[in-house]
Design a protein around this ligand. Structure first.
Ligand code: ATP
Ligand code: MG
Length: 286
């Protein structure tokens, strides 16, 4: 049998685009025709299963898929035995409690004895228990925001990113109960040969992620300020210094995190740096 691993990704929804983008940035090619539920990469030993996100934790814990990309909210709610290998930094959102806009909110005690609609009964139940609140959880699978206006519940617990859906439904967010982002998960009992392939994939993901959070910086500086400038942008091993055609000046090339760049920009300019270019990095291996 050919040695390939299987990864479950969301078929269509708020995780799919970024999941597939990450795979592509890792240099993994595959055909993703509409309606296809399975696809094998042409240049990496991996097969894709395109599924509903609800099913991904279960498929990975059962071993039908070796890996999966899913939101932490779905993962915790499904409560399946899997290993989380890596946070992926996209599909960030939060689970929050919300109530009708006109209601006064004195604090979490507001929910004592109330009825709350949600698609996340486990996460909500755990939160309420921790806060010592007795409330009735009404599980519904979608369109949770309309529950209060149709008299189904007094409050809701749902995914929020910008808050505009809540607002449109006359609700206000009153408690954040869980923060989520996409994660890469793996089956707990992977065979060694599968682990080797997973390591190769992780190596690529790390290179992509490091590249994204770092920038290649080029600048010109008078030679007398080089020491100062090198201390501000130390780079991976050390910056590259190249002489400019104009005497007494050099070009400095370095790699730094984007945050570090913004923190140091004023000092760089005060030290005499000019013609500063900041260039994206596609991949970075250190
Ligand atoms: P499926 O049909 O696969 O079951 P779904 O409707 O359950 O899809 P989506 O709305 O596509 O799910 O959301 C998938 C995941 O993306 C959520 O579980 C959550 O982790 C994340 N997510 C949801 N809403 C947002 C948002 N507004 N911004 C960013 N991430 C979000
Ligand atoms: Mg779903």
């Amino acid at each position: 049998m050919e040695k390939i691993i299987r990864i479950a990704v969301q078929k269509s929804g708020r995780l799919s685009e970024d999941s597939l983008k990450l795979i592509k940035e890792c240099g993994i090619k595959f055909y993703n025709g509409t309606g296809k539920l399975k696809s094998t990469s042409t240049n990496f030993p991996i097969e894709f299963l395109f599924l509903r996100d609800d099913d991904i934790p279960g498929y990975v814990s059962d071993g039908v898929a070796d890996l999966g990309i899913v939101g932490e909210n779905e993962l915790v709610e499904k409560n399946k035995e899997v290993e989380t290998l890596k946070k992926l930094g996209f599909s960030k959102c939060r689970l929050s409690l919300a109530i009708p806009k006109g209601e006064k909110y004195p604090g979490i005690d507001y929910f004592e004895g109330k009825n709350i609609a949600t698609s996340y009964p486990k996460i909500l139940g755990g939160y309420l228990q921790k806060k010592n609140i007795n409330a009735e959880i009404h599980e519904i699978s979608g369109s949770v925001e309309i529950a209060p206006s149709i008299g189904l519940a007094e409050g809701i617990c749902d995914i929020v990113s910008s808050g505009s859906t809540l607002m449109m439904n006359g609700l206000k967010e009153v408690e954040e109960i869980f923060n989520s982002e996409a994660v890469l998960i793996a089956n707990k009992d992977l065979a060694d040969w599968k682990k080797e392939i997973v390591e190769k994939l992780l190596f690529r993901i790390n290179a992509v992620q490091k590249g994204k959070s770092n920038k290649y910086v080029l600048l010109n500086a008078p030679n007398e300020s080089l020491d100062k400038i090198i201390s501000l942008i130390p780079g991976m091993r050390s910056p590259t210094i190249l002489p400019l055609a104009q005497k007494g000046w050099s070009s400095v090339h370095s790699v730094i995190s984007e945050d570090q760049f913004w923190e140091n920009i004023e000092e760089l300019r005060t030290a005499g740096a000019e013609g500063i270019l900041v260039v994206p990095i596609e991949k970075m291996v250190i």
